[in-house]
Design a protein. Structure first.
Length: 486
C-alpha cells in the first residue's frame, strides 16, 4: 500500500524513555501498545518485526534519531490497530498484541540511519524501500519487494516470492519453492535453492549458487560458480564460470573468459568469446559462434558446433559429431563415433576407431587416421594425409594442393580418388591385392593392374600417392583432347 506520511506525522511520542549512554538492557522491555507512535532512539540499531500477518512497509525516515510506526487493519475498513513495541539491548521489536496474532495488519515503519531490519512471518507481504542498513527476511509464503538496501540482504523464504533491487553489499538467499528476482548487487551473491526459479542480473561480486530443481538465469555476473541438480541454468553476459551440473540443461550466451563445465546433460553456447571446456558422460554440446577454444570430453552424446573462430578439441566414444566453419586447429580423438566436418579452415586431425569420417570442403591441411568405418574426404582444397583400415575410402579434390605431397592409404579396402579438371602434378598408385582402374589421360596402369603412374595434366611440383589393400579407382582430371574424325 502507499506510504502514509500524514498518519505518521500525527502520531504521539511513545512515553516510555529509552536508556542512553550505550548501555545494553539485559531483558526485553515492553514500551507501548499503540496503533501509531514515534520512538526516540538512543543506541538501538536494529528493528525486528515478527509474526505479523498482513503487510509490512519499511523505508528510511527523515528524522535522524527516531522510529515511526503506523498500524491499521488490512482491507477496506482500515481502522487503527494497536501493535506491541518492545526493546531489548540494541534491538527494537514490533509485533501483534496478544489476541490479535491472526488479524491481518497493515504496518508502516520509518527508520533512521544506521538501522538494520529483520522481518519474520508467515504469508506476510514485505515492502522495503531505500533502507539505510541491512535487511533480513525469513518465513513461509512471504512476498518480498525490496528496492534500495544500503547494507547486505539475507533472505530465507519457503514457498514465496522475492524481488530485490539495488543491494549495496552482499546478498544471501536460501529458499525452497521460491521465485527470486535479484538485480544490481554491489557485493557477492550466495544462493541455496530447492525448486522455484531465480533470475540474477548485474551482480558486481562473485556469485555462488547451489541449487536443486531450480530454473536459474544469470545475466551480467562475474565468475559465477554453480552446482545444480535438475532444473536448468541459463547464463548471459558473464565473465568466467565454473559449473557442475547433474541432469541440468545449460545455455551460455555472450559469455567471456574461461568457462569450465562438468555436466551429463545438453549444453548450448551462442555468440560467446571464451575458452569453453565441457566434460562429462552424456554431455551433448551444441553451439553457434565462439571466439576462442572449445574443448569437449564426453561419451555417448552429440556434438554439433558451427562458426567457431578458434581451436576445437574433442575426445570420447559413441559420439555423433558435426562441425562446420571452424577456423582454428581441430583435433578429434574418438572411438565408435560418426564424425562430420564441413568447411574447416585450420588444420584438421581426426582419429576414429570403428566409426565413419566425412570431411567436406576443407581448405586447411587434413589428416585422418581411421579404422573400421568408411571414410569420405570430399571437395578438399588443402594438403591431405589419410591412413585408413576401412572397407572403403573416398577422396575428391576441388584443388590439388601445391603446398606438399599428398598420401592416401587404405590398407583394408577399396580407394576411390577423384581429381578436378585443373589438376597438375604426378600420381603414383599401388594396389596390394586388387586392381587399379583409371580414366586419367596420362596415368598408365601396368599390365597386372597393380600399379599406375603418370602426370595430372601439366607437370606440377607435388605427388599424390595412393596405396590400397584392394581396388583403386582414379577418375576426373584434365579433359582428354577431342578426337578428330577421319
Amino acid at each position: 500500500m502507499p506510504w502514509n506520511r500524514r498518519g505518521l506525522a500525527g502520531a504521539v511520542t511513545v512515553a516510555l524513555a529509552l536508556a542512553t549512554g550505550g548501555a545494553l538492557r539485559a531483558e526485553e522491555e515492553l514500551l507501548a501498545e499503540e496503533s501509531a507512535g514515534i520512538v526516540p532512539i538512543s543506541d538501538e540499531n536494529r528493528l525486528v518485526i515478527r509474526n505479523l500477518k498482513g503487510s509490512v512497509s519499511i523505508q528510511s525516515g527523515e528524522a535522524p534519531r527516531e522510529v515511526r510506526f503506523l498500524a491499521v487493519t488490512e482491507g477496506g475498513g482500515r481502522t487503527a490497530l494497536r501493535v506491541a513495541v518492545w526493546t531489548e539491548g540494541r534491538t527494537l521489536r514490533i509485533g501483534p498484541r496478544p489476541g490479535s496474532e491472526e488479524v491481518a495488519h497493515d504496518l508502516q515503519v520509518t527508520i533512521p540511519e544506521p538501522f538494520d531490519v529483520l522481518v519474520e512471518g508467515t504469508g506476510t507481504h514485505v515492502t522495503a524501500t531505500e533502507l539505510p542498513g541491512g535487511l533480513e527476511v525469513r518465513g513461509k509464503g512471504v512476498t518480498l519487494e525490496a528496492r534500495g538496501v544500503k547494507g547486505s540482504a539475507v533472505v530465507e523464504i519457503e514457498a514465496g516470492r522475492a524481488v530485490l533491487e539495488g543491494i549495496g553489499a552482499a546478498a544471501t538467499v536460501h529458499g525452497k519453492d521460491l521465485d527470486l528476482v535479484l538485480t544490481n548487487v554491489a557485493g557477492s551473491v550466495s544462493l541455496t535453492l530447492a525448486g522455484g526459479s531465480a533470475r540474477v542480473s548485474a551482480a558486481a561480486g562473485e556469485l555462488r549458487a547451489d541449487v536443486d530443481s531450480t530454473v536459474l538465469a544469470l545475466k551480467g555476473t562475474v565468475e559465477p560458480t554453480v552446482k545444480a541438480r535438475g532444473g536448468r541454468v541459463d547464463i548471459d553476459d558473464a565473465f568466467n564460470a565454473d559449473l557442475s551440473l547433474v541432469g541440468t540443461p545449460l545455455t551460455l550466451t555472450r559469455v567471456r573468459g574461461e568457462v569450465q563445465v562438468q555436466t551429463d546433460s545438453e549444453a548450448r553456447f551462442v555468440d560467446t568469446q571464451a575458452a569453453l571446456h565441457f566434460d562429462g558422460y552424456g554431455a551433448t554440446v551444441r553451439g553457434k559462434g565462439n571466439d576462442g577454444l572449445v574443448e569437449v570430453k564426453t561419451h555417448a552424446a552429440e556434438i554439433n558446433m558451427e562458426d567457431v573462430d578458434g581451436p576445437v578439441r574433442i575426445e570420447g566414444d559413441g559420439l555423433k559429431i558435426k562441425l562446420r566453419a571452424v577456423t582454428g586447429e581441430t583435433l578429434v580423438y574418438v572411438k565408435t563415433s560418426d564424425v562430420e566436418v564441413e568447411a574447416s579452415q585450420g588444420r584438421l586431425f581426426v582419429e576414429n576407431d570403428q566409426g565413419t569420417v566425412t570431411v567436406r570442403g576443407s581448405t586447411g591441411p587434413v589428416e585422418v587416421n581411421a579404422v573400421g568405418g568408411d571414410v569420405h574426404l570430399l571437395e578438399l582444397r588443402g594438403p591431405v594425409e589419410l591412413h585408413a583400415d576401412s572397407r572403403s575410402a573416398e577422396v575428391s579434390f576441388a584443388v590439388v594442393p601445391s603446398e606438399k605431397d599428398t598420401l592416401l592409404e587404405n590398407v583394408g579396402g577399396d580407394m576411390h580418388v577423384s581429381f578436378p579438371p585443373s589438376a597438375s602434378g604426378r600420381v603414383e598408385a599401388r594396389s596390394r591385392f586388387g586392381k587399379i582402374e583409371s580414366d586419367l589421360q596420362n596415368v598408365v596402369t601396368t599390365p597386372d593392374g597393380n600399379s599406375a603412374t603418370g602426370l595430372l595434366g601439366a607437370p606440377g611440383p607435388r605427388t599424390v600417392t595412393v596405396n590400397s589393400g584392394w581396388n583403386i579407382v582414379l577418375t576426373g582430371g584434365p579433359p582428354r583432347p577431342t578426337e578428330e574424325r577421319p
